[in-house]
Design a protein around this ligand. Structure first.
Ligand code: C2E
Ligand code: MG
Ligand code: MG
Ligand code: MG
Length: 299
């Protein structure tokens, strides 16, 4: 909505900003404030990464951690990405922010390795804008080199909208990333174009089933059917599946019956600041996946 307001203001003529109602002007002001704040946020060290565990349903092991960006804004407090990612994308600030995220996530993953945590894959969200710029491979190589992290412990979460424009350039970027050993997953799967051809072409490793299907799967037979179809297709193509947004034990059981490989969601744990995630890693017991208590006991 803030974006719309900006465009309408621009359309009304060069250097003239006309606001159609007070709410619209507030949106524009907030948009501008966030934009100006974001420009300084890296230098002022205001970004932090939270981590959310991903659990293998068969073994109960923690297989991964998704890095989720938070902005510790001095006046607003902890700001979640829904409030600022779109503005960062539209203004190009997503490039330096995305590089910071990659470097920080790789550094933290390497630190967990040094602590003796083995095989923990850190997943980093990549915006379509960042991917389509065409030099993501260079940023990834740099982040891996600086941190010393093994490439197969890094996973990049792309969206269907990033892959739909599969130009020669982006195909080259993906080939280079795959040859390094970096893993690729498709985030929010099922909400976009769900073109099966690109899953093959880009040698995707894993599909993240969007939380909108997971949320209602117990009540809505259509959502349950979609989930089963996605999992079946993924198995045929030899891809792993993870369900996002698992909030209840009964959902987890239903996913297990559908042969979903992994789960992520509040039922296991919310995204956690680094030190709390480290404690989660150290206290998690694999058998907890089979009990109602799950992550609650790990906290
Ligand atoms: P996403 O990648 O699909 O991440 C999942 C979102 O669902 C996260 O919201 C997470 O906190 C939330 N979530 C996890 N488990 C549950 C659950 O059981 N129930 C519910 N209701 N929600 C759950 P968050 O952290 O606010 O991030 C929102 C989106 O912002 C992400 O969606 C991702 O698209 C984007 N994002 C986050 N971090 C980054 C980043 O570093 N770079 C870029 N480009 N985008 C990011
Ligand atoms: Mg994600
Ligand atoms: Mg998602
Ligand atoms: Mg997303």
């Amino acid at each position: 909505k803030a974006d719309m307001a900006m465009y309408q203001a621009k359309d009304s003529g060069r250097n003239t900003y006309r606001f159609h109602n007070p709410q619209m002007s507030l949106d524009v002001i907030e948009h501008l404030q966030i934009y100006h704040g974001l420009r300084r946020a890296i230098d002022r060290d205001e970004f932090v990464l939270y981590y959310q565990p991903q659990i293998d349903l068969a073994s109960g092991r923690i297989t991964g951690a998704e890095a989720l960006l938070r902005w510790q804004e001095p006046e607003r407090g902890l700001v979640t990405p829904g409030r600022f990612i779109a503005i960062a994308e539209e203004s190009g600030l997503i490039t330096p922010i995305g590089e910071w995220v990659l470097e920080e996530a790789c550094r933290q993953a390497a630190a967990w390795c040094q602590m003796g945590v083995s095989n923990l894959v850190v997943a980093v969200n990549i915006s379509a804008v960042q991917f389509l710029r065409g030099n993501l491979d260079d940023s990834v190589v740099r982040a891996l080199e600086r941190s010393g992290l093994a490439a197969d412990l890094l996973e990049l979460e792309l969206t269907e909208s990033a892959l739909i424009h599969n130009t020669e350039n982006t195909l080259g970027v993906v080939r280079r990333l795959k040859s390094l050993g970096v893993k690729l997953s498709i985030d929010d799967f099922g909400t976009g174009y769900s073109n099966l051809a690109y899953l093959r072409r880009f040698a995707v490793d894993k599909i993240k089933i969007d939380q909108s299907f997971v949320r209602d799967m117990l009540d809505d037979p259509n959502d349950a059917a979609i989930i089963r179809a996605i999992i079946q297709m993924a198995r045929t193509l030899n891809l792993k599946t993870i369900a996002e947004g698992v909030e209840h034990e009964r959902t987890l059981d239903a996913l297990r019956r559908c042969q979903c490989d992994e789960v992520q969601g509040y039922h296991i744990s919310e995204p956690l600041p680094t030190d709390q995630f480290t404690r989660f890693l150290l206290t998690w017991r694999e058998g907890w996946i089979h009990t109602a208590e799950g992550g609650k006991r790990a906290k």
